[in-house]
Design a protein around this ligand. Structure first.
Ligand code: UD1
Ligand code: UDP
Length: 366
């Protein structure tokens, strides 16, 4: 019997580790599974976990409103020490590139416990973009024992950094397992404010490197698009006060721009399904869009997820107001181009990543 500890703190980690926790719990004779929430996110991580019917075994409940990186990092790192002392895991799982991810890996390293990194090997090569995530994932890449890469490209990034080939497994992204799990039984939701005569642009935005002028330009572009007679915008606004404040100020009360609360994963997928296209800086949404056949405009200068850009589904638009409006106008006014970019394909996974990770873990312990 091996004890596996899953450390997660934010919405995307809950969505991407949720199916993996469920998967390992199917083998109670082989694995004892401990699910620990750092509490980096309070409401939206719980929201995401509830989709899988999962309850944490421990919740450090550490979120502070408007927390700084120093605050969340120091609190999560020291909060994990007693958890590892009492649970004594044989392997610690972390996912992605958040503060919880780096703290989980570092705390495990200090405790002498090996680390499995889910979604290993994503790189832009630019430490400032995304910030601080690129730094976090590079650091976790130095600390991890098992590197679970979603794509061949991510594996190649790790190989280029000197990670041994036999420490890497290409698994597909567990986010696609989550997507298929939920899509298979996704009900329709009621959106009374939607106008059936207007096409829906779904928007999300929360990256730290876009705070300030970047967000202002982004919001100006949204106002121009919403002025079209055939468009409506739905924007579930991230709870970070540094996002919420400026977005409310720039777009609150704007006709045909619906600023709504962060959505549970199921209704959010329903909105994705109903959208004409998506404008986002989210990592997870970039992966889900191609699986749903939705063109994505990514409001970032670079992406660590180049596969869908190469396939044509994703286009980088940064936070340049003119570029966002121009690229959105192409999708809205050029049906052939729209069709070309809305082909369904899954460069990030086939929904079977959890099984491959299980095999990699069994091989490791064997
Ligand atoms: C974090 C991650 C980012 C990830 C994003 C996913 C870091 C450094 N950043 O960014 O990589 O893409 O989560 O959403 O790890 N808040 C709430 N309730 C919640 C969640 C957040 O009120 O449920 C507010 C709090 O005021 C909190 C603030 O949002 O202090 C910022 O949260 P934090 O996790 O530090 O950063 P995010 O911008 O959410
Ligand atoms: N998501 C959600 N509700 C929302 C917005 C996003 O459930 O209101 C989901 C989305 O489908 C994706 C994940 O949250 O699976 C992405 O999280 P986020 O954009 O916060 O973080 P990132 O992926 O950029 O780290």
């Amino acid at each position: 019997m091996k004890t596996l500890a899953f450390i997660l703190g934010t919405r995307p980690e809950a969505i991407k580790l949720g199916p993996l926790v469920l998967h390992f719990r199917r083998y109670p004779r082989d694995f004892r599974v401990h699910l620990c929430l750092s509490g980096q996110h309070r409401e939206i991580a719980q929201q995401a976990l509830s989709v899988f019917g999962l309850k944490p075994d421990a919740d450090l409940d550490l979120m502070l409103p408007g927390q700084t990186l120093y605050q969340s990092t120091s609190r999560i790192l020291s909060g994990l020490e007693p958890v590892f002392e009492s649970v004594r895991p044989d392997l610690v799982f972390v996912q992605g590139d958040t503060t919880t991810t780096i703290c989980g890996a570092l705390a495990a390293f200090y405790a002498g416990i090996p680390v499995a990194h889910v979604e290993a090997g994503l790189r832009t090569g630019d430490l400032r973009r995304p910030f601080p995530e690129e730094g976090n994932r590079q650091l976790v890449g130095r600390l991890a024992t098992l590197h679970l890469a979603a794509t061949v490209g991510a594996r190649d990034n790790l190989l280029a950094e000197g990670v041994a080939a036999d420490a890497i497994t290409v698994t597909g992204n567990t986010g696609i397992d989550a997507l298929f799990h939920v899509l298979a039984r996704l009900p329709g939701f009621d959106w009374p404010f939607l106008d059936s005569r207007r096409r829906l642009i779904l928007v999300t935005g929360h990256r730290r490197e876009n705070f300030g002028e970047g967000f202002d330009r982004f919001c100006r572009a949204l106002r121009r698009l919403a002025a079209r007679p055939d468009v409506q915008i739905v924007y579930p606004v991230h709870p970070n006060p540094r996002v919420r404040g400026p977005v409310q100020e720039a777009l609150g009360g704007e006709g045909h721009v619906h600023l709504i609360e962060p959505q549970d994963y199921e209704p959010f997928l329903d909105l994705m399904r109903r959208s004409y296209f998506i404008l986002t800086d989210s990592g997870g949404v970039q992966e889900e869009g191609p699986s749903l056949g939705k063109p994505i405009l990514v409001s970032r200068e670079v992406t660590e997820r180049p596969e869908a850009v190469a396939a044509g589904t994703v286009r980088l638009v940064g936070t340049d107001e003119e570029k966002i409006v121009a690229e959105a106008t192409i999708l809205l006014d050029q049906p052939e181009e729209y069709e070309r970019r809305s082909r369904i394909h899954n460069p990030y996974g086939d929904g079977k990543a959890c099984g491959r990770i299980e095999q990699a873990v069994r091989a490791y312990f064997a």
